[in-house]
Design a protein. Structure first.
Length: 84
């Protein structure tokens, strides 16, 4: 059971990084924001997110979806950290 939980956490962490990449988030900006607290909060939100199916569909769409992922609990934070 602990192995299953570890796999679930790893999958969600991977999805968060895929979302960060797709959203054009400047990672260095995200990890520095609020002395790293914003990044940790984003991880926590992702781990507790109930929109797993929507997230997977959005990330795996081919061609990529051009609509903003409004289901994402980190969308506002990610938007504030986009590269300019």
């Amino acid at each position: 059971m602990a192995h299953d939980l570890a796999q679930q956490v790893q999958r969600r962490a991977t999805r968060m990084h895929e979302m960060v990449e797709r959203q054009g988030v400047e990672v260095s900006k995200l990890v520095r924001l609020n002395s790293g607290d914003a990044y940790m909060e984003a991880r926590r939100r992702c781990l507790k997110c109930n929109a797993t199916q929507e997230c997977l569909l959005w990330l795996n769409a081919n061609p990529p979806v051009q609509v903003s992922p409004d289901f994402c609990p980190n969308l506002e934070l990610f938007n504030s950290c986009r590269g300019r």
